[in-house]
Ligand binder design. Structure first.
Ligand SMILES: [Zn+2]
Length: 255
């Protein structure tokens, strides 16, 4: 019994110690102030590319035709930042956004256009340090890279080679990252995707967009769904409840 109590005390204090170290360490750095501007489609034309990381960037628009008469809402534009040596091809990314648009059309939501920014990867590697919700200034980290971008309103999607340790896709919605540079960003890692056939069951770009638009995590039941927590239950379906929520997102506009 005494042994048991001792073990409990030791393991509890160990857990406390780990928590006490991990949290302040991650959150030491102050959050930078991000400049918020009213959503203005035309602000892209005034984009200033003259900073260090993105000097080689080229920009083009991919407009997605809407032949669906049932559409009631739209997302004006999503910015896609594609790193040149990441293994991603622009045509594949366009195709994934077309599929993501079809999936969102279940909810009567259309994606009007994708602002494609093709640029050198930071450190020329395309390998990104994943995954800190607290601000972290590492030069290959998500916060630093996002901070180097000129101001882009709306959702930003980063197409990278891989995370040092991390998943094939991730999303920083307002619940996770409000008022940080990475809010409303999604990250897609080509290398992890290629090595995992489980991702063939659903469209990962739509799944990560789902996290942003729903501002929530995964669904935890046995119903097949785009946002399922169970890999075997992932497909491209969204239910009525999710559709209602998506249409109410501040990133989605009424036609
Ligand atoms: Zn997810």
């Amino acid at each position: 019994m005494l042994k048991k109590i001792c073990f409990l005390i030791i393991s509890t204090s160990l857990m406390l110690a780990i928590n006490a170290v991990a949290k302040p360490d991650e959150c030491t750095f102050p959050k930078p102030n991000i400049k918020r501007q009213p959503y203005d489609l035309f602000s892209f034309n005034q984009t200033d590319w003259s900073n260090k990381l993105f000097t080689q960037a080229t920009q083009s628009y991919f407009y997605i035709n809407n032949n669906n008469k049932n559409i009631s809402h739209f997302i004006p534009v999503i910015s896609a930042v594609i790193f040149k040596n990441s293994g991603w091809e622009i045509d594949e990314i366009k195709n994934r956004f077309l599929i993501a648009t079809q999936i969102l059309q279940q909810c009567k939501v259309h994606i009007n256009s994708v602002n494609i920014i093709h640029t050198e990867a930071p450190n020329k590697t395309g390998i990104i340090r994943h995954h800190r919700t607290c601000y972290n200034p590492e030069p290959n980290g998500e916060h630093f890279i996002t901070n180097q971008l000129p101001y882009l309103p709306g959702i930003r999607a980063f197409f990278i080679n891989k995370f040092i340790i991390g998943p094939a896709g991730t999303a920083f919605n307002l619940k996770r990252a409000a008022n940080t540079p990475i809010e409303n960003t999604i990250w897609l890692a080509k290398n992890h995707l290629n090595n995992n056939p489980a991702h063939a069951l659903y469209e990962i770009v739509a799944h990560e967009l789902g996290h942003i638009l729903l501002n929530e995590g995964h669904t935890n039941n046995d119903q097949p769904n785009l946002m399922s927590a169970k890999p075997s239950k992932l497909n491209n379906e969204l239910n009525d409840l999710q559709c209602n929520k998506i249409r109410q997102s501040p990133l989605v506009y009424k036609l």
